[in-house]
Design a protein around this ligand. Sequence first.
Ligand code: PGA
Length: 238
Amino acid sequence: MKKLIVGNWKMNGEPECSSKPTKFDEIYPSHARDHLDIVLCPPSLLIPGMMELCRNANIQLGSQNCHYLDKGAYTGEISAGMLKNFNVKFVILGHSERRAMGETSEEVSLKAIKVSEEDLTPIVCVGENLEIRNAGQAHKFVSEQIEKSIATLNKDFIIAYEPIWAIGTGVTASIDDIRNMHIEIRKIIGPDIKILYGGSVNIKNAADILKVENVNGVLVGGASLDMVDFAFIAKAAG
Ligand code: PGA
């Protein structure tokens, strides 16, 4: 299975960040990475300005969210169809930072269906908090979250396992924790769906994480803002 390296810029990105795909391509040229897919998910405003540069650099564009309807009176929202018009191919859904703002698995499921209908690929994020992990409930919690978040989805999708306590904290899940959780997730979604790990992935730990069985790529937050780091993380996929 081709590995997938996804950068989530979150709410970071000055206009000059639009040129970052070119910089990435200089460090890790596209002809050397046929075995990988690279995706950047900038703030939506930057997407139009990055389309051409991403195409030239053989990097795909992703969005960090979208609505589950096509259009209408939903101030501040953006639809999957609109993103598709700007060559977006992936949409991150149900990131824990959005779930913390009140997004439910039921909403994530509706969004995932809409994203699939537009022939884009949903990257559905799941992950437990520290309390749940310490209570020994992490596998059960993540399984239920997956089942609810992809309820009736039968098309192509990706799962990103992102333990909340590892996001932006500099604390990565241990290799054993990652391996065990990815085995559990694999049992639920079958052999063909990619499972990414996310949570404080950096140039030091990427190679070890990417070697773990059933880790088909990584979702990188902070370290994806620096193209040198992001390129080295991608190179670590071998
Ligand atoms: P991080 O974020 O790499 O900064 O921990 C990961 C994510 O939130 O997707």
